[in-house]
Every structure is written in C-alpha cells, then in structure tokens.
Design a protein around this ligand. Structure first.
Ligand SMILES: Cc1ncc(COP(=O)(O)O)c(C=O)c1O
Length: 370
C-alpha cells in the first residue's frame, strides 16, 4: 500500500461541527464558526486580532497590501521558501531582497539582514522553515532600530515557541496556512494576525472586497474575496481544539524517525533542538551529504518505487524561471539554498501516519542509502 507524504488527522469534532453547518444552513463566510475560530486562534498565538482568509498565500498577499508596501519598497526575505512569500511583492512592483539560509535549520541567515537594509527597506519577511524557528531577537532589534515592519510567516510552525513565546506572535502581521499538510488544517485556509486595531480593520476590509460599511457597493480601495467559509472554520475549530496533542505527536514522529535513522550513512537528519527551540518537525527532512553523489530527485524516485511518497525541498526564489524572466536576481547566488534544493527532500510524517508506517519508511531509507 502507498504511504503518502501527508495524511491529515480528522477524527475529533470535525464531523459534528460540519453537521452543524449543514443543519443550520450556515455554509458561507457569515456563519458562527468563523468568529469562533478567529477568537480561539488569536488566543493561541497571543495576538489581539486574527482574521481568517482563504489560504496561506492569500494571507501573505493581504499582509503586503495591508502594510502599504508599494512600488520601489524593498522587502528582505529568504530565498529558501515557497513562492507564496514573493508573489505580492512582485505584483505591487516592490523589490525582494534575498538572504541565504542556514544549512541545518534551513532558516534565513539573520546576521545578513543589517547589511541589506537601505533607505528603501520597508519590511523584513521572516519565514520559519520546516519546524525550527528563526532567531527572532536580532530581527526584532533591527526592525526597531530601522523602523521596519516584520511580516512573520508562521505557516509551518503553528504550536512552536521562540524563547517561550508562540511563533506568529512576533510580526506586525503574522500569517498562517491551514493547507492539509499543516499542523492544523481546514483543507484550504489561512489566517493573518495583528495587534493593531486599525491594521486589523484594514485586513478585514481587504479580505472582503473593501465593501464600504456605510454604502455597501461603493468602494474606496481594491480588495479581494479571500473569505474563509463557515465549513472551513468548523474544521478549523475542531482541529485547533487538539493542537497540543498534534504537536506532541509530531515531536513523537520526529523522535521515532531520528532513532530509526540514526547512523544512516551520509544523510543529515533534522536538527533535534538548539539553544532556541526543540524541533516540531513540520516535515521530516533528509539531506544527502556530499560523500553520496545521489541527488534528492533520484532518492525521491527510489522511495516512490517502494510506494512511499516524498517531496523535494523548496526551489530557491533566486532560481525561479518566472522571476529570472522578469529580470530579478541576475547575478545572485545563494549556495546553501541551492545545495538544499539539490540534496534535500522529506519523507512521510503527516499526523495520520502510523508507527508501523514510520518503520516501513525507515527500513526503505536504510535499503536506499546503506
Ligand atoms: C511557509 C509557507 N508560507 C505560505 C504557504 C502557502 O500556503 P497555502 O498553500 O495555504 O496557500 C505555505 C504552504 O505550504 C508555506 O509553507
């Protein structure tokens, strides 16, 4: 039987709450689960306001627009991330300024930020990658010193802490995704979170076409329809009720793999913990070290041949054909990001995986790499 890279766990109150949506007829974004989910979520990540949206990409688009980032503004961000982070920066003719990443935590090199700051810099976009948090103290210090916004993409680290405070609590705007491979899922879905009331109102307007509260079909600004439905939010509430249990299980999956794969030749396993945090293993990554000439692409094919789904690492932003075509990043190289793409991939570790499946995957890894 095929073991997919991710299988979500939907065996809490999901069906019960979904039935409530159907029975009550509240299936659009106007139903009661939306507000319930937002309030619960804000509390969890210690923000005053959480505003649900249709997905994590929309959350990032909205963050850029809500902060008023526009043509010519510079945004410092990692190269090793998903395209969602850069889309709206490009679309609004702002300028992405990239950073390379750490080869072990995969997170952006925060010590490189200061030398990239110019008069045009408007924001630092922090993206916590694969389960370990970015070192936030230097980012917070620089943002304060140079009066910059922080956009914190915590899509991959809901439930993770940085020095005792929740990831996602640090940004002027923080963003989240609830795609089915995330720590909690709504199928598709996302959230932005802020502390500032005026910014919260801006976000609420932007996600709902900027309807004028007094004259409904008169618009003073262009927004989007990024509304989350009551059906999605119902699943979100049921999932968020179990977040502590989910994070515990993710750590347990990570520990099991670490134990079973310990000593796998020429393979870099994920960081277990560092001085900042203990890994929550959003994904369980393998990086093939130089001594083994196999690429991640070949390794993934070998796992697939054994009925095991795997995914490659992110393709760095500075190498993206769509951005190259537009003239970005012409002579820029970020060696760690490039090497991670070539040599890194991740194995099944979704919340629905069984301990037996973990053993099957680990056995396959030994056969492939030994
Ligand atoms: C860090 C990060 N940001 C944003 C997104 C985009 O979220 P979505 O797929 O919900 O649009 C993802 C999705 O995997 C992600 O990992």
């Amino acid at each position: 039987m095929f073991i997919p890279v991710n299988r979500p766990l939907l065996n809490g109150n999901e069906k019960k709450y979904l039935n409530e949506c159907i029975d009550s007829g509240w299936i659009s974004s106007e139903g009661p689960f939306v507000e319930r989910f937002e309030l619960m979520f804000a509390k969890k990540i210690e923000k005053k306001y959480a505003i649900s949206v249709s997905n994590g990409t929309a959350a990032l688009d909205l963050a850029i627009e809500a902060l008023g980032i526009s043509a010519g503004d510079e945004v410092i961000m990692p190269s090793f991330t998903i395209i969602s982070c850069i889309n709206q920066i490009i679309r609004c003719s702002a300028v992405p300024i990239l950073l390379d990443c750490d080869p072990f935590t995969f997170n952006m090199n925060v010590e490189e930020i200061e030398k990239k700051i110019t008069k045009k810099t408007k924001a630092i976009m922090v993206v916590h990658i694969y389960g370990m948090p970015v070192d936030m103290d230097p980012v917070l210090r620089l943002a304060k010193k140079f009066n910059l916004f922080i956009i914190e993409d915590a899509s991959e680290v809901l439930g993770q802490d940085y020095k005792g405070k929740p990831c996602g609590s640090f940004g002027d705007i923080s963003t989240f995704s609830f795609y089915s491979n995330k720590h909690i899922t709504t199928g598709e879905g996302g959230m932005v979170a802020v502390n500032n009331k005026a910014l919260a109102d801006t976000c609420k307007g932007l996600r709902n076409l900027c309807f004028n509260p007094k004259k409904r079909f008169v618009h003073n600004r262009l927004g989007w329809n990024m509304r989350m439905t009551n059906i999605q939010a119902a699943v979100g509430v049921a999932q968020l009720e179990r977040i502590e249990e989910f994070i515990k299980r993710k750590r347990d999956i990570g520990k099991r793999y670490n134990k079973l794969l310990n000593g796998l030749p020429n393979i870099q396993l994920p960081v277990k913990k560092n001085e900042i945090a203990e890994n929550i293993y959003w994904v369980f990554s393998l990086v093939i070290e130089r001594a083994n000439p196999m690429t991640a692409e070949t390794a993934i094919k070998k796992f697939f041949a054994k009925n095991i789904g795997c995914r490659p690492f992110f393709y760095p932003m500075h190498m993206q054909p769509v951005l190259k075509k537009k003239g970005f990043f012409r002579n820029e190289t970020f060696p760690n990001s490039e090497s991670l793409y070539k040599h890194g991939f991740y194995i099944p570790s979704g919340l629905g995986i069984t301990d037996n499946e973990i053993e099957i995957v680990a056995d396959a890894a030994w056969e492939i790499f030994n």
